[in-house]
Structures are given as C-alpha cells and as structure tokens.
Design a protein around this ligand. Structure first.
Ligand code: SF4
Ligand code: SF4
Ligand code: SF4
Ligand code: FES
Length: 1020
C-alpha cells in the first residue's frame, strides 16, 4: 500500500522488484464495458492486465514502468487512441481495447517492430515460450508482415565475455536502456534516436568490452527478444540452433521462404512445436545466489550440467536484478578442479579414500580426542555459504554429539559487532527492515560500506531512489568508491573515528532539542546515562579527532533530525575496528533519538556479507547461543533441547573462531572441523593462523576445492555446491528463501548435511533426516523466532522474514510496536570510544584498508574460477593515491612490497583517486595465497566480540624495480565513461521527422505518466 512521504507523493511498496512511481486513491475506470477498480495515477495498462484483457505490450515491463517506445499497447481512451502504458489512470476513464482504430494502431505498431527484427524463431535460442516479440504476434493474430525486415548494417558486438548484442535483431524498445539507466543505474546504455539508423550504444558508441558495462545482466534479462543474449545460450538452447553457421543461415532462408508463400502462421506453429520440445531437456530451477547477503533469487536454466542462463524475475529481494556474480558467476560449479573424492593425509601427501573410510576415520579420531582430552578439545566452524539446515547441524553436532559449545561461523570476522550493537539497543541483531524500506527512505546514510560493490543489487535501489529524486544519500567512508562518487554528500573521516562523529551529532541533537521527544518518552529508556556518556563529544573535539568540519556535523544533525525517514547502513568499515560494537550501537542510538525505527523507510541496516552469514548465526553456530539467539543457559532453551535432543546444554560459553586458533597454539584445542571457509586467508594475521592449524592434532576441511586451508588438513571432504542441493538461505533482510537442486551433486561429492549425518551416525546419533525440510521442522520446534517456518510456506519464490509466528506471520519491518526487550522499550547504549591501536608511525607509515570488489567474492575461490570475471579483473593490487604516487614516484603497474608487523605481500600498484593521502587499499581477493592481504593484518580486535580489527592496520611500502602492465586491464568497467540520462528519452524518438503515431494519430494525454507525451488530453 502507499505511504505518504514528505514531498506529498505516494510511494508504492512493490512486492517484487524496484519500488515504482506514485499512485493515489482508488477510482473506477471502464475497460471494454466492464467497470474496474484502479489506482489514481497508475499506468492504465496495469488495470487492463489485472483484468486479464489480452493486449499487446512489447516495451512495457511491470518492473520498469512505462517506456512508451513501441506503441503496440494502443487503445481507445475516452474515444481517442493512445498508449495504455503511458496513460495515468484518472477517475471515470472509458477504455476500449478492440475498436477498429485501436486494432489498426496495434498492428501497425507491431509491423514496425518486426521491420527491425528477423523472425527466425525456429532456429532462435530465445524461442523458449517467453519471447515477447514472438508471443505478441499471437496476441495480435498477425499473419503477414507488411514492412519487410531491414538489416541495420552494424555487426554483432561480441566483445563482452558473457553476452552479445545483435543490432539486426534489436527492435529499439529501450527496455535495456531503462534497466541500465534507472534500475541498475550504471548509465552505460543509450539509444541514438537522432541517427539515421538508431541502435543501442554502450558509453555512447564503444565496443561493449571497452565500456563501463559491469555485466550485471539487467539489460539481457529484460530484452524482449534475442537482441541481447547470454553467450551460454547461443547454439545451446534450441534443437536446431547449434548447427554450423552456413546451415543455420540456409535454415533462416527456408523459414523466410515459407513465410513469403504461406504467411507467418505455419512457421510460427512449427517454432512453437520446437519451443515446446525444448521443455524436455531445458530444466528451470529456482535457487538463491550463493555470493553476497542481498539474497537475489532466480531460475537457473540448465541442460544437464550446462548452465544455459540465469533468469531473475520473481525474487523478493531483487526482482529482475542481479550483479555479475549472480548472473554469470557460476563456472566454478563445473570447474575441472572440483574435489570428487575424500582425501586423507599420508605424510606430506594426500591419498584418495572412500567416503566410508574418511567418515570412519573422522568419527574414530573425534571419539578418541574427546576421550583423552574432553569435549572442549574439539571445535567446529560452520559455513556462511552453506544452508541454514547445515549450519544448524554443525552446532547440533558440537552440542549433542560432542558436548561442546566450541562452535562459530565467519560472522565473527565481520558481522558480530553489528549484531551485538543492535542486540544491546533494540534487542535483535539483524536489519530492522527490508530493502524496500531502504529505497523508501528520504535520507540514506552509509557508514564504512562500499555498498555498490559489496551489495550490488541493494545499492541499485539506493542509486535509483536517488536518481529519481526520492532519496538524499550521504556516504561516510575513507575511500571514494562508486556510491561515494554518486552521493549527494561524501565525507571522509579519519580512519576508525566513526564513533566520534556519531556521538557528536547525537549530542548536538540532544543539546539543541532536535530529538524526537515523543518517541524517546514512549519507546526508549536510558536517555540520561546516554546523554552523560557523550558529554565530552563536543563539535570541537569531533572536528579534531575525525577531521570533519564542525559545520558539516551540525548540518548533518539538523538534516537527520528533520528528515521524515532515515535509514543508516553500515558494513565492515565500522565492524572491523577495535570499537565495532560500540560504533554499531552508536548508529542505533542516533536512530533512536530521532525516532527512526519501526516505520516504513527507517531503521538500522548492517549489511551482511556472505549469502548466509545471517543464517549461520541465526542457526546457533555461535559459542554462546543456540538457534534463534537463545542463550545456552536460558532455562527454556535448555528444556526444549533436552526434550528434542536428549542432552543437557552446557552453560559455559565456548570458543569463538579467533579463540580457537589461540587454543590450538597453547595445546587446549586438538581437533577442528571446518566447513566451506578459506579461513587461512580470510582470518586476520594469516601467518599466525597457519601456525594454529599446524598445531592441531586433527583438522577436517570440507570444501569444493583443494583450498589453501585444505593444505593443513588431515582429512578433506568434497562438498556439493549450492546449485547441487536443497535448503534455505537467510539474507540481510532476515528473509528466509528456499533453494532447489539445479543439478545433482557432482559425482563423488555430498551435500554438507549428509556429511554431518554420516559422522553423527558413526558416533551413535542416528539423526535419520531424509530431506532438509525435516531439519527445518526441528529448527521450528526448537526456535521461537522460527516457530512458523516450514518448507511449505517457503514454496517456490515465497519468503518469510523472521521472527515468524506459529501461524506463519512474519515481520519484514521490526519494532512497529515494541522493541525486543521485556518492557518493549529500546535501550540507549552508553558506549565507549576505542581509538585505533595501530595508527601509522615512523616505521609503518601508511594506513592499510581492505575490502571486497564487485567482481570477486571474498577471497575469490569461486570467482577466480569464472574466466569472464578473471578476464576483466585478473588479480589483486594495491590502490595508491595520486598524492602518495607523486611523493614516492610510484606508477600504476609497478611492483611494490607491503610490510606490516605481521607479514609482507608483493602486489602491483594502481594509482587512483579512490584512496587519499597516506591510505592504501588492497582487495581481499588474491589469486596467490602468499599475497593475501591478511598476511598483513593483526590479531587485535573488538573488545566485546573479538572480531579482528582488519581495518586498523599499518604498513610500509617498498618500491620494487619491476613494472608491469596496469593491474586493471583496459577492459575493466572502471575505465569506462558512462552516459547518464533520464532513461530512454523516448521524446527524442517522437521528435524524429519520420515518426508518426501508428494509425496516423497523435498519442494523446498531456498528463502522460512521465510527461513524455504532450498535446491535447482526451478530455480536452
Ligand atoms: S551495466 Fe552492462 S550488463 Fe548491466 S544493464 Fe548496463 S549494459 Fe547491461
Ligand atoms: S537490445 Fe535493448 S532496445 Fe534492443 S530489443 Fe533488446 S531491450 Fe530492446
Ligand atoms: S552477489 Fe549479491 S547482489 Fe550479486 S546477484 Fe548475488 S545476491 Fe545478488
Ligand atoms: S507497451 Fe510499448 S508503448 Fe506501451
């Protein structure tokens, strides 16, 4: 439903896809003689579609809104022919879709469409039942083309590794341009409407492979024909499409010849039979992306193990959106170096073993070590890439089978401080709303988050809202990344000082009476202690400590206090510091004093990194809590688990990830079972970590590949990939989504849940699950937050945002009535500023920052196995500011050595204004383990939750003599030059001297939805 915003406009919460333009009150309109309910201002075509009246609509896409380029949706509106998509609903409209004039206009419009498109459907890879251009022919019942197909005279562009553009097939509908300009907001695409022969352009006319295109795939997804096509589809989808080119061309000639003699119908019938035959071998399976925490879901089209394409449409988090990893980053699944057999250490080598032998050995060694040293000599790390059910079983194994709380997951490395900060203030350690709340905020602030690269699809919604003038965006970061460049305001505080400006802004708000007093009085406690705790955070002090001007902070305070809906997003720039928990709580405090919780478009959003890092913690893969954050000493939780598992939970907190390594080094920890984590490269102080692994008596590593971590293992187990199993993931919104088996597990591998069962079984615990749904049922029984979660309620694209009540009611937006504390009130947290411990000094004079890149995920184990990605982004590098480059005589491509207290790496320099002064940035993905950035980071961390302070690192830079090519090749989109424009700019098409509205009539209605039509309104 609509929600009135500060500008008086209504905003719509779309169920799926990007939020759309305003609509108003309910009104009545008449469509083909039947009165229909409509919303004032919505596109008329929506009313017609809801009424299921068949109407051609080639350029209209409900997630893009009206483009008005094809004219096929012509209908009579109050007696005048106009575009149904471009006409906003008014009360009392009378619409007729099938008058002679309307029909003539529709057919004329379609005839112009196919003059731009060669109809060779039977031999087309896009002939899969969902081709809009093909299907429209049927809707209109057209049998003959009056305007012959005219080739445009441009060659195909095949310069992108993932997709190609065929200008001859392009009908110039502009869907791709709208998607690129206003949904993805990469602003690469345009159409040169004024040219004699218009076409789609990349960066105004560059080859795709040399443009700013980030290969997100939005354009291909929405293309209504085969003009834009995934290369993985070409020659693979159809029965006849893989034939050699000369034969294929001859086949097209035959098809065209039949058309000339007997009309379109016979060949369309044949193509439909051929299309239907494809259903026998093309499988379409819904899954959820295995990369980041945005949680995009989509159908994967496969022919056996060949991935034909990824088709997003219905995902609640993403709609039509993906980034390059979700759309194209799947080659790793069929990588030839997948592990396909368990491996057992044999001295310095590994030998292949049967599953029985490997699982027997694990069960025997675990039993032996527990016998000799007690249960706490063993520890378990769940994977944030595996499913909820699998994370649940890891902690069940630890607590039930072994009897220890030594269990954790990789949220320790990034998210624990944010979860803690929110638990302290509002009671639930997760995002307080959904992505649709973020895109409906009037002010979005990001702190220490490279959102456009780390959470790309979520960032598109911010970029879109900002571009459409709905949202003001302020970025706080030390690095000028994409969102920083686009932001309305970009502020660069000194590293590690976010707590200070947050406290100073809160103090200014309270000192000047700008707070939301009603909200504070009714819903928040702890104001006096909080006020006292920030007493010393004056503007003057904040200016000195953060480097931000006092005037900037004052303006910010006034802005936050006056905006109707504020969301604050943060990520590892905040959490991977010494005071990540306190800074996270400080963000929440600021939202609380300004009343920004519990309403549409408000709240706190710690952006989760891995696809299921939220879920791994939710499932109790933590040393102090079982599933649903129930403390291990909570009497009710103990009782439930006793009943379900037949064991008593131990009340002592177990070891977290970082403590496990220390315990291994001092001999307390003997065995570790690690699933799906490249811990040896992603934990801080990698050299120290490897010593820890070496000190263990028995290490089990479960993964897709022989990873760097696997080198230290005693047993390596080959796991199935996410496409090869069923389960659920929980994204950053707390949204639980099902994934289905796209293809069977690669021969020799097993899904993680079956592996845990195999060992539990051998240790006397017959769990007996035959499907992950049964594990979810157990989770629901044990976990109040998941009480109403079941696979039936998550069927297909259905989702639930926890907490979920027994009756299935979920809570996408938290805290609408109460915060998660016994008295229902939020608690302001009196935190402490913890300055960085490793500020640059005389020996290590540079600050080192690290983080993700758009193309690669985390350490890169999956994305380095995607050739298209490595072609554009082959390796890591170190970003050096122009100032530092000038000072030290560094050029891009030069090899340098970075040295810290903990280790050294050798990287190529990339001189860029993204970093400033004496700050460096190194991506966390590294092709060579010896150059991983975590060779440089230290072991110190957050005082509350032990998250390593990765971002508090100092290094020195040594110049080496070698100079190579720029580490970012010329084909990388960062070198491109986007061409921002308002969208398709269809008015420029209409302004062409040769353009006439089909049927010779003008498209009327001066109040067109996007003011793209002018002239007389129908009522004039
Ligand atoms: S960035 Fe590239 S792939 Fe994405 S919509 Fe634009 S042109 Fe298409
Ligand atoms: S390439 Fe773009 S303009 Fe051409 S048909 Fe596809 S979506 Fe339409
Ligand atoms: S990596 Fe993240 S943003 Fe990209 S498709 Fe996957 S879930 Fe979506
Ligand atoms: S659907 Fe293309 S103009 Fe309306």
């Amino acid at each position: 439903m609509g929600h009135r915003d500060v500008t008086g406009e209504d905003v719509i919460r779309a169920t799926v896809g990007p939020t759309r333009a305003a609509r108003g009150a309910q009104v009545a309109v008449t469509v083909d003689g039947v009165e229909r309910v409509a919303w004032l201002g919505e596109p008329l075509i929506e009313v017609i579609n809801r009424a299921q009246v068949p109407l051609a609509q080639v350029c209209y896409h409900e997630q893009l809104g009206p483009i008005q380029s094809c004219d096929t949706c012509a209908v009579e509106i109050d007696g005048v022919v106009g575009r149904a998509c471009g006409t906003p609903v008014r009360a009392g409209l009378t619409v007729r879709t099938q008058t002679n004039a309307a029909r003539a206009a529709q057919r004329d419009a379609y005839d112009r469409v196919v003059a731009n498109h060669d109809l060779y459907c039977t031999v087309c890879d896009n002939n899969n039942g969902n081709c809009t251009v093909h299907n429209t022919l049927g809707v209109l019942g057209i049998d003959h083309q009056t305007r012959p197909f005219q080739p445009k005279g441009f060659p195909k562009d095949e310069s992108n590794p993932f997709y190609r553009y065929d200008p001859d097939q392009c009908i110039l509908c502009g869907r791709c341009v709208e998607a690129c300009q206003n949904v993805q907001v990469n602003e690469t695409l345009s159409i040169n409407w004024e040219a004699e022969q218009p076409r789609v352009l990349w960066d105004g006319g560059k080859p795709i492979g040399e443009s700013s295109c980030v290969s997100c795939g939005h354009c291909i997804t929405v293309c209504p024909c085969n003009a834009l096509q995934e290369k993985s589809m070409l020659g693979e989808a159809g029965l006849f499409t893989g034939i050699p080119l000369p034969v294929w061309n001859a086949a097209i000639d035959v098809v065209k010849g039949v058309e000339a003699s007997s009309g379109l119908k016979p060949i369309m019938n044949v193509s439909e039979i051929e299309s239907a035959a494809r259903d026998r071998y093309i499988k379409k399976t819904k899954t959820v992306c295995t990369y980041c925490g945005v949680g995009c879901s989509f159908d994967v089209w496969t022919d056996e193990r060949h991935i034909l394409k990824v088709e997003p449409a219905h995902g609640h988090a993403n709609g039509i959106s993906t980034c390059v990893k979700g759309k194209f980053g799947w080659d790793y699944v069929n990588s030839t170096d997948r592990l396909t057999s368990p491996l057992i250490r044999d001295g310095d080598r590994f030998r292949e073993a049967s599953w029985d032998e490997a699982l027997d050995l694990i069960a025997w060694r675990f039993g032996e070590i527990r016998e000799q040293h007690g249960p706490d000599a063993l520890a378990f790390v769940a994977s944030s890439k595996a499913s909820n059910e699998e994370a649940f079983l890891v902690q069940k194994f630890a607590r039930q089978v072994i009897g220890t709380n030594n269990v954790d997951n990789c949220s320790r490395y990034c998210q624990s401080p944010a979860s803690k900060g929110l638990s302290l203030t509002v009671g639930i350690g997760g995002d307080s709303g959904t992505i649709q709340d973020i895109e409906n905020a009037s002010l979005v602030i990001t702190v220490g988050s490279n959102t456009a690269e780390s959470h790309p699809v979520l960032a598109t919604r911010i970029k879109r809202s900002q571009k459409l003038g709905r949202t003001h965006v302020i970025v706080f970061d030390i690095r000028e990344h994409e969102l920083a460049r686009r932001a309305d305001e970009f502020h660069r505080p000194n590293p590690g000082t976010d707590f200070v400006w947050l406290a100073a802004v809160s103090k200014f708000i309270l000192d000047n009476g700008l707070e939301d007093r009603d909200f504070l009085r009714e819903r928040v406690s702890g104001l006096d202690e909080f006020r006292e705790s920030i007493r010393d955070f004056t503007l003057e002090y904040a200016e000195r400590e953060t480097g931000l001007k006092a005037a900037t902070l004052v303006a910010l305070a006034r802005q936050i206090a006056s905006q109707e809906r504020v969301c604050i997003l943060w990520a590892m720039g905040v959490t991977q510091q010494c005071g990540g928990t306190d800074t996270s709580a400080a963000i929440s405090n600021l939202l609380l004093i300004t009343g920004n919780y519990g309403r549409l478009g408000t709240g706190a959003y710690p952006l989760r990194g891995h696809n299921n890092v939220q879920g791994a913690s939710d499932m109790g893969a933590q040393p102090d809590a079982v599933s649903g954050y129930q403390k291990i000493d909570d009497p009710l939780a103990v009782q439930r688990h006793e009943r379900e598992w037949g064991v008593t939970l131990r009340p002592e907190r177990g070891l977290d990830n970082t403590q496990m390594i220390d315990a291994a080094l001092d001999g307390r920890l003997k065995a570790l079972w690690l699933t799906g984590e490249e811990m040896s490269l992603t934990d801080a102080n990698a050299n120290h970590l490897q010593e820890g692994f070496e000190a263990l008596e028995f290490l089990v590593v479960q993964d897709l590949y022989f990873t760097n971590t696997a080198r230290f293992a005693d047993v390596i187990l080959p796991a199935a990939a996410s496409l090869e199993k069923e389960g659920t993931f929980t994204n950053t919104e707390r949204r639980i989504q099902r994934l289905y088996e796209v293809m069977p597990p690669l021969k020799g591998t097993k899904p993680d849940w079956q592996i845990y069962m195999g060992v539990a079984d051998r240790m006397g615990y017959r769990w007996g699950y035959t499907h992950p749904a049964q594990i979810m049922d157990e989770i629901a029984r044990l976990t109040p937050h998941f009480a109403g979660v079941s696979y039936d309620r998550l069927e297909g694209y259905e989702t639930l945002c926890w907490p979920v009540a027994e009756d299935g009611t979920d809570q996408p937006l938290l805290y609408t009535e109460r915060f998660n504390f016994p008295d229902g009130k939020a608690r302001l947290h009196a935190g402490e500023y913890r300055p960085r411990q490793h500020a640059p000094d005389a020996t290590f004079d540079l600050h080192l920052n690290s983080g993700r890149m758009l193309e690669h995920f985390h350490e890169g184990n999956m994305t380095f196995r995607v050739p298209g990605i490595t072609e554009k982004t082959p390796d890591s590098f170190v970003e050096v500011s122009p100032e530092l480059a000038a000072e030290r005589g560094i050029q891009s491509g030069q090899w340098v050595r970075l040295v810290s207290e903990y280790g050294a790496v050798r990287l190529q320099a990339l001189v860029t204004g993204r970093v400033s002064g004496h700050q460096l940035f190194v991506p966390m993905n590294a092709r060579k383990a010896e150059d991983a950035v975590n060779r440089l980071t230290g072991s110190h961390g957050d005082a509350t939750v032990n998250t390593p302070a990765y971002k508090d690192t100092r290094v020195r830079l040594e110049l080496l003599h070698d100079v190579g090519p720029n580490p970012l090749p010329a084909s990388n989109p960062r070198w491109g030059h986007p061409t921002p424009q308002a969208g398709v700019e269809v008015e420029r098409k209409w302004a062409r001297p040769d353009y006439v509205f089909p049927g010779g009539l003008l498209p009327l209605h001066g109040d067109s939805l996007n003011a793209r039509t002018d002239g007389l309104g129908a009522d004039d």
